[in-house]
Write a protein that binds this ligand. Structure first.
Ligand code: PLP
Ligand code: ZN
Length: 417
């Protein structure tokens, strides 16, 4: 495919300092803020770019927009191209609600996008070992893509990570180490280990700026699905916020290229039990402080940001630029939304991923949304990889067991016509 974006290097998201591409550089040397990949202005006219974006079916159909030069280095399992599904149940009073179902990715979460880019980068730069600190999904995705790439993967997770995710990581043959600590601590250890051993740090906080490049394709896909008429709101479950930053970047690209007119308001959703970015937003400060003790069913976004608080400050800055906001949702709202989403749409999300729907319900209740508006909820990961948590609510021990006779079964189905 024709190259539309040419990489020039890395740029500080805060002070604008420029750096050459260096896969071992994880923050601005001057101000310690996260870096982003910088590009030359896009090559090609609006019509050509629009056609390429409109015809894409999978993430690497955007390869001309992604920072991997040699197509032979691309590690793909068929990620991206996830469905944008209308949800009639929520689309009342002239409101159009869509779910972008990221559970449809190869390992069941949007993390396949950043890790497909990052493992391709490892291959392009001849790195042999990749490491991540993760609450689970990024670990599963890295393990899978490292297997496909023939890379050695080391995954560091908190001991609270869902068992299903641990098993998936082992299944893909990665090395897994559990710490008696939080996701944030796993992230920090992965960072230090990568620096000491010159391993590629694949952690999908902002430590690896290339991950956001994979995330931006979510915005390209949403825009293309809606004929480049951007939604009014996009609701995004956030930990540190690279997915939100990717959405910002993708939608901004489309505006820069003259394909869309408006930037959607990006609404970040955090869990009440770990909401450092929400707290800063409420307090009206620009500086995010680490959260003391994460306690929520939404383990995939239980990110304290301890030691990398600027990640949160960057996310806050970006969402404010879109006139967006931050919501916080309780575990009760999360569980209800997870079940409602499954029952009303057929999408089984993990609790973390249904926080966007919990956020939507808050916005509906508070009357924020108006007739004629379009809202997209990102459902970021599959419930099949975090199923044990729903045990108490599903009560499978109450399922009736009867002798194997049609009469017995029919008797229990008396009410179902
Ligand atoms: C990682 C993750 C998030 C949060 O994404 P960030 O880019 O880290 O903010 C949300 N949902 C799920 C299911 C995740 O695995
Ligand atoms: Zn800087």
């Amino acid at each position: 495919m024709r190259r539309i974006l040419e990489v020039t290097g890395l740029r500080c998201t805060n002070c604008g300092a420029d750096y050459p591409v260096d896969v071992h550089l994880h923050a601005c040397v001057g101000c310690l803020w996260p870096l982003e990949v910088s590009y030359l202005p896009a090559k090609g006219d609006s019509a050509t770019i629009r056609r390429v974006l409109g015809e894409a079916r999978r993430m690497w159909d955007f390869s001309g927009f992604l920072p991997i030069h040699d197509p032979r280095n691309i590690i793909s399992l068929g990620e991206g191209g996830t469905p944008l599904l209308p949800v009639p149940y929520f689309s009342r009073e002239g409101l159009s609600v869509f779910v972008k179902n990221e559970a449809a990715n190869p390992t069941g979460s949007f993390k396949d996008r950043p890790l497909s880019v990052i493992t391709s980068l490892a291959r392009e730069h001849g790195v042999k070992t990749v490491v991540t600190g993760s609450s689970g999904n990024a670990g599963v995705a890295l393990a899978a893509y490292a297997a496909a790439a023939g890379l050695r993967a080391v995954i560091i997770v908190p001991e609270t990570a869902p068992r299903e995710k641990l098993m998936a990581i082992k299944m893909y043959g990665a090395k897994i180490i559990m710490i008696k600590g939080t996701s944030s601590q796993a992230v920090t250890i992965a960072g230090e280990l990568s620096a000491a051993k010159r391993w590629l740090n694949a952690t999908t906080t902002f430590q690896n700026p290339f991950g956001v490049e994979g995330d931006k394709t979510v915005a390209y896909e949403i825009a293309a699905s809606l004929g480049f008429k951007n939604p009014h709101y996009v609701l995004i479950p956030i930990g540190a916020g690279p997915l939100l930053a990717g959405c910002y970047r993708g939608f901004q690209d489309l505006i820069d290229w003259g394909l869309s007119k408006t930037m959607p308001r990006l609404v970040a959703v955090q869990a009440e039990g770990c909401a450092p970015i929400y707290r800063a937003f409420q307090e009206g400060t620009e500086t995010v402080r680490a959260w003391e003790k994460p306690e929520t069913i939404a383990s995939g976004i239980a990110d304290q940001l301890l030691g990398y608080e600027t990640d949160g400050s960057l996310t806050l800055r970006l969402l404010k630029k879109t006139a967006g906001s931050v919501l916080s949702v309780s575990d009760k709202e999360i569980v209800e939304s997870t079940m409602l989403l499954a029952e009303k749409t057929g999408i089984f999300a993990e609790p973390t991923a249904a926080t966007s729907v919990a956020g939507l319900r808050q916005m509906v209740r508070s009357g924020t949304l108006r007739a004629g508006e379009t809202v997209v909820c990102l459902v970021t990961g599959s419930g099949f990889k975090d199923i044990q948590k729903m045990k108490d609510y599903l009560r499978i021990e109450d399922i009736p067991v009867v002798p194997p006779s049609v009469e017995e079964v029919a008797r229990l189905c008396a009410d179902d016509e």
